[in-house]
Design a protein around this ligand. Structure first.
Ligand code: FES
Ligand code: FES
Length: 282
């Protein structure tokens, strides 16, 4: 499969993956595996068709300090609408659409470092760290865009290498109908899913949090690559059976335990409570 040319399509993904790989990955025999064998995988073509955009941090003085932010358009990027860029640490940024997910007004920049993004139309508020909804009437997080910091040039690159070989950037959106997943109906529920060839054909772990968001993380232990287990009870850690490494089932971060000190790799996701669809960027 050429991921670069992959177009949006409906597919029985795991069955196709199974035939491609010669393994039976679409199984409900394992109680920990999610039931989904049929869901949408879409290459985010509106992202993929866009070349990378360089934002020179030597010029954008507002982004030179942590907490700084800008709101701008970049040609046809984001449908020609504004995006918001916030420097959340020396090396981290939040890049989101400025288009409110309620009825499409432009959200305002945070009034001070760390303050919420507020929509002037009906008062929705979003986290300036994650883009998640903190106050309605919006119910869906702001759409995030991938970025990469080119420290050598002091340039923030939007959309770097989408569809390329850079494994850190999303090449697909995976949509899962949560109403068909009994394991994910209540907070603390968790399951595994194989979305080969994504995540190097290894399982991912999906955990439902209390606030209608989900942790989506690789099941591959950051120590030596064993499959990490699901939480034994809601809120319990994810534990690796090989040498005991433990990770938070809330955010995938490493918890004091033997081996490793690295977090699980996580994937951005958003959940639409209206349609019950979980969208994962891979
Ligand atoms: S359009 Fe943003 S809160 Fe309504
Ligand atoms: S491989 Fe997971 S703790 Fe060693």
């Amino acid at each position: 499969m050429n991921k670069k040319n992959q177009q949006p399509e409906r597919r029985n993904f795991l069955v196709q993956a199974a035939s491609m790989l010669g393994v039976a990955v679409c199984s409900t025999a394992l109680s920990s595996m999610l039931a989904s064998c049929d869901y949408d995988i879409t290459r985010p073509t509106d992202i993929a068709n866009q070349p990378g955009i360089d934002i020179d941090l030597n010029v954008e003085t507002s982004l030179q300090t942590v907490g700084g932010s800008i709101r701008k358009t970049y040609g046809s990027f984001n449908g020609g609408r504004n995006i918001v860029i916030i420097r959340t640490s020396e090396t981290e940024f939040l890049v989101v659409t400025a288009v409110c997910t309620h009825q499409g007004c432009d959200i305002n920049l945070p009034q001070s470092p760390g303050a919420n993004l507020v929509c002037p139309c009906h008062g929705a508020q979003f986290s300036s760290a994650t883009g998640d909804v903190l106050q309605g009437p919006a119910s869906t997080p702001l759409r995030k865009y991938p970025w990469r910091l080119d420290s050598a040039r002091n340039v923030l690159v939007l959309n770097p290498g989408v569809g390329s070989t850079n494994p850190e950037q999303p090449t697909a959106e995976i949509k899962i109908d949560i109403s068909k997943e009994p394991l994910l109906q209540s907070p603390g529920g968790a399951g595994k899913l194989n979305v080969a060839p994504y995540n190097d054909s290894r399982d991912i772990i999906i955990v439902r949090r209390a606030n209608n968001t989900f942790l989506v993380a690789t099941a591959v232990c950051a120590h030596q690559g064993c499959d990490v287990g699901l939480p034994k009870s809601p809120g319990a850690n994810l534990v690796c059976p090989c040498h005991g490494a433990q990770y938070s089932s809330t955010d995938g971060t490493w918890q004091p335990s033997p081996q490793t000190a690295s977090d699980l790799r996580t994937f951005d996701s958003s959940f639409d409570t209206g349609t019950n669809i979980l969208t994962i960027l891979m």
